[in-house]
Design a protein around this ligand. Structure first.
Ligand code: ATP
Length: 281
């Protein structure tokens, strides 16, 4: 597999993609193409168009772009959770095109996804406690490192939450429960798909701080999907800017936000002036 470079990724920003793999990559995506077919008309829509990216252990990588640019399709295909597509994907050292179903199943707990709608991610019929019990039954060894009370403490929730059902939780509490469930699995990669956009502004910063803390304390890599450059700025090392299925610019956040090379990135930044960085030098 080559370390493919998007030809349209400019100058220094491409360096991250050109660097040879260090052997510690949790995810390497090479030239991914994903098409969606409209079931009624049969029309094919290219949602991801020859995209490459790499996430090393402990690294925090963002994919930004407006709604419909293909971010979620990319993340789901790259982690083996969505439409497979064409191209080479190596997840935790395994090629998704040749991996056996059994091995992929074993790999699943290593990749945890936190979605935009926390209530939609939780089973409404299960209390928090019974939801955690179910995960523990499925993965007894992996989950034995922490008890429920300490786990909730890690996401700053009181033990009383254990006996609540999803409808009895605020959006922020429900998202913390989702993060706790992900954390329980001791994942090597957390995919956060717009994890704060469904939440009140007042709790968004808390959830971001929590994700940052979890990254630091567990060493898990993070793939952050967002249309919000301020969120990316607060959490990520590297950003890939997606536009109509293609990565138009990629590189360290500071480089991309201080000296954006592509018109589309400049438009995104102009729409959100607070996200623009001044050089730290
Ligand atoms: N299952 C599907 N079938 C057909 N088209 C799809 C399917 N899933 C996504 N699409 C289309 O693919 C394109 C990319 O969608 P995707 O959800 O990946 O974008 P996104 O950047 O994550 O957008 P959003 O932020 O709104 O979720 C969109 O035009 C969407 O309508």
């Amino acid at each position: 597999m080559s370390d493919a470079v998007q030809t349209e990724v400019p100058g220094d920003a491409a360096r991250h993609l050109r660097d040879p793999g260090t052997g510690t990559s949790v995810l390497v995506v090479d030239n991914l193409v994903v098409d969606h077919r409209n079931r009624t008309t049969g029309e094919v829509f290219r949602a991801v168009d020859h995209v490459s990216l790499r996430i090393d252990a402990g690294e925090s990588v963002a994919v930004v772009g407006e709604s419909g640019s293909g971010k979620t399709t990319l993340a789901m295909a790259a982690t083996g959770l969505g439409t497979r597509g064409e191209g080479d994907i190596r997840l935790l050292g395994h090629s998704l095109s040749t991996i056996s179903r059994t091995r992929l199943r074993r790999l699943r707990p290593e990749v945890q996804v936190v979605f935009q709608d926390p209530h939609g991610s939780l089973d409404p019929r299960q209390s928090v406690r019974s939801g955690l019990r179910e995960l523990r039954t499925l993965q007894p060894r992996r989950t034995s490192w922490i008890d429920d009370t300490d786990l909730l403490g890690r996401v700053r929730l009181a033990p009383e939450i254990l006996d609540r059902y999803p409808h009895q939780l605020s959006g922020g509490q429900a998202q913390r429960v989702c993060i706790a469930r992900a954390l329980l699995m001791r994942p090597r990669l957390i995919v956060a798909d717009e994890p704060t956009s469904g939440l009140d502004v007042s709790v968004q910063a808390d959830v971001l701080a929590l994700l940052r803390e979890i990254r630091t304390t567990t060493g898990a890599a993070l793939l952050m999907i967002s249309h919000d450059l301020a969120v990316v700025r607060s959490l990520c090392d590297v950003v890939h800017v997606m536009h109509r299925g293609r990565v138009v610019e990629a590189g360290p956040c500071e480089t991309v936000f201080v000296t954006p090379a592509h018109d589309y990135t400049r438009e995104l930044l102009a729409a959100m002036p607070g996200a623009r960085w001044r050089s730290r030098r």
